[in-house]
Design a protein around this ligand. Structure first.
Ligand code: GNU
Length: 324
């Protein structure tokens, strides 16, 4: 059996990145994690990196600003996965990924001259949310994430870099147990705000499953240069269904269900802090517009649970049990 593809994870200590490192190791890939000097005194990140090394990963030292170091890292692997966060939209963190594109392009030139063995066969940029190509109408300021992701896609495609985009819909932790409420990650006790009639379908995915499906994709010809949507059937749920599941699990009915219109939901936007302005936009598109479920997957896409039926994904009610 030929050696499994070698994977380099950038932002391997992040919210989804750490799960991708673990999934890569668990699925038997030689796994490399970029160790960036920018972590400075972030002792938690360093110790997470050391724990990955103890589990068999190899740490590659390079800053994203160190082009030569990045080229050297990329040349050692077959697949590069970036999991950089877009949660802090002001930082334009996602734009750092253009340096990865520059590094991936470089050995390609060398190959033309020296015919070196250039291994890199696929780049997975940091997507993992709504499909940014379908969010050109998105509200300010949350639209910045989608615009930055599209800018990177253009750079990747102009450079003919083989790629796969992962559209993972809603990270369960941010949208599930809180019954889709904003500004909290915990279930409400009495009152719950219901968006419109609460019957818009959204899609909730356990973050460990996002990582498992991502690693399943990397060697699959069926996912080459495609967008892979994660739509676990049992987790395609309306907000009402999410509330129902929680009420059944907790054995308590929420006393107040307050329905709010889109206008009422959007009205306070201007008075909120930036992260919540971003969140309001995202929640609006998800729970009023239904942006995750209001389209059919095209020929440039595929659906992960159909490609990999062997993955036993976590149902949302299972996920919610830990919050009881
Ligand atoms: C989730 C959010 C939830 C915001 C990421 C405001 C991209 C990422 C961890 O889209 O802005 O209540 O990494 O009141 O890379 C939003 C974003 C979460 C919703 C962060 C996200 C996380 C996006 C809220 C809220 C639960």
């Amino acid at each position: 059996m030929e050696e499994k593809s070698r994977v380099l994870v950038v932002s391997g200590t992040g919210y989804i990145g750490r799960r991708i490192v673990r999934a890569s190791l668990a699925q038997g890939h030689p796994t490399f994690v970029l160790m960036r000097p920018e972590i400075g005194l972030d002792v938690d990140k360093l110790q997470m990196l050391l724990s990955f090394k103890a589990q068999g990963a190899r740490l590659l030292e390079a800053s994203l600003d160190d082009h030569a170091g990045l080229v050297a890292a990329v040349k050692q692997v077959d697949v590069v996965i970036s999991a950089m966060s877009g949660a802090h939209m002001r930082s334009h963190n996602l734009l750092l990924q253009h340096k990865i594109v520059e590094a991936i392009k470089e050995p390609g030139n060398i190959k033309l001259l020296l015919n070196t063995i250039f291994r890199m066969q696929r780049f997975l940029p940091s997507e993992f949310g709504m499909d940014p190509s379908r969010m050109t109408h998105a509200l300010e300021p949350g639209r910045v994430t989608f615009d930055e992701k599209m800018e990177l896609r253009r750079a990747i495609e102009e450079s003919n870099i083989p790629h796969t985009y992962i559209s993972a819909n809603c990270f369960a932790a941010y949208f599930g147990p809180n019954l889709c409420q904003m500004r909290t990650l915990l279930p409400p006790k009495e009152r719950v705000l219901v968006y419109g009639d609460g019957n818009v379908k959204a899609i909730f995915v356990d973050e460990d499953d996002v990582a498992a499906y991502t690693i399943k994709c990397i060697d699959d010809p069926r996912t080459m240069n495609k967008t892979i949507y994660l739509r676990p059937p049992d987790n395609i749920l309306t907000q009402n269904e999410v509330i129902e599941k929680w009420e059944k699990l907790s054995g308590k009915v929420l006393s107040e269900k307050i329905h709010i219109t889109a206008e009422e939901f959007l009205a306070p936007m201007k008075d909120l802090d930036f992260p919540n302005q971003v969140g309001v936009g995202h929640f609006y598109h998800i729970f009023y517009e239904g942006c995750l479920t209001n389209f059919e997957i095209g020929d440039d896409g595929a659906e992960a649970t159909l490609l990999y039926p062997e993955v036993q994904y976590t149902r949302l009610d299972e996920y919610m049990k830990q919050y009881l």
